[in-house]
Design a protein around this ligand. Structure first.
Ligand SMILES: [Zn+2]
Length: 312
């Protein structure tokens, strides 16, 4: 009897051979109007840099923690117990250590939480909210990568499932959004506008906050911008190639803060409890906050407070 494999071989190989090779440079074939349409689908509008920060502060500091824990592994079907436990560390040790550190300096932070992360460890949100100064915001349902999902209806379903779940856990509707892996699909911007978010924090067009444009038109939504330079993941995230010394990372963060201070700007730092929450790295974060606390005129705020202040 002919096996399934050999039948597939007979019929499929000629079909594969007829597939055109994917174009590696699709942009090169487009006219400038088509390029503009793509580029300005989501772009930067008016700069929202205030003349001064509250109480005459020189700089605004917005610390953020993406509480991904094991959700990206679960979304991708990477179900090895070791992978999952590496994320679980964020809930068990990372987040409690970070909350103690923020208490030590009495500073607020914003926590972007995939809803599944909350449902797996339901003590996290009450522990964060008990401090009375932190913000909780949306970070997907299961850290789904939206361009990979590439499905408008499914993206909308997951977004609203995430909003409803967090609203239930935190007792109010979240006003902030950060895309999983910071990655928008071509549907995301419109869905965020429809959902009525105050701000997004996934884009990188400026050091300052700005109003997001969709198709060249003002959206009224504030961007609280992020950057890979001021993220813990590229330095510490991998199992290989991580920077050996948290002091070197601290040096970069300090320098970013110092220039923001001199320019009267905004310093946004993105971290993850399962990454920065480890002992040696939390010690570096402690030193950074001590450095920022030692300067006069530093306004520590949640992303929500920054967004409301700059759009007022
Ligand atoms: Zn994330």
């Amino acid at each position: 009897m002919r096996s399934a494999l050999s039948i597939a071989g007979i019929f499929c190989i000629p079909l594969f051979a007829q597939q055109p090779a994917p174009n590696p440079l699709p942009g090169a074939k487009l006219g400038i109007d088509q390029i503009k349409e793509q580029f300005f689908r989501v772009s930067a509008g008016r700069r929202l840099k205030p003349k001064s920060w509250p109480n005459g502060a020189r700089v605004a500091v917005a610390l953020s923690f993406d509480v991904d824990n094991a959700t990206s592994s679960l979304a991708a079907g990477e179900l090895g117990a070791n992978d999952l436990s590496r994320g679980e560390y964020g809930a068990l040790d990372g987040l409690p250590r970070i909350l103690r550190l923020l208490d030590k300096y009495d500073v607020p932070a914003s926590f972007f939480i995939p809803a599944v992360s909350d449902l797996l460890h339901p003590r996290m949100i009450p522990d964060i909210l008990a401090r009375g100064r932190h913000e909780i915001a949306v970070h997907g349902w299961i850290h789904e990568r939206l361009p990979v999902l590439n499905d408008e209806a499914e993206e909308r379903r997951l977004l609203h499932q995430a909003i409803d779940s967090l609203t239930k856990s935190m007792g109010r509707r979240p006003v902030g959004y950060r895309a999983p892996s910071w990655a928008f699909s071509r549907f995301t911007m419109q869905q965020l506008q429809e959902a009525g978010f105050l701000y997004d924090s996934s884009l990188m067009a400026s050091d300052d906050a700005y109003e997001i444009l969709a198709g060249g038109k003002p959206t009224g939504m504030v961007e609280v911008p992020i950057e890979w330079i001021v993220d813990d993941y590229p330095y510490f995230g991998g199992t290989n190639g991580s920077l050996p010394s948290p002091d070197l990372v601290l040096k970069i963060y300090k320098s970013e803060f110092d220039v923001a201070y001199d320019e009267g700007g905004l310093f946004v730092l993105t971290m993850h409890p399962h990454v920065i929450g480890h002992r040696s790295r939390a010690a570096a974060l402690d030193a950074l906050i001590a450095h920022m606390r030692s300067r006069p005129g530093v306004w520590f705020a949640t992303h929500e407070q920054v967004a409301r202040y700059v759009i007022r």
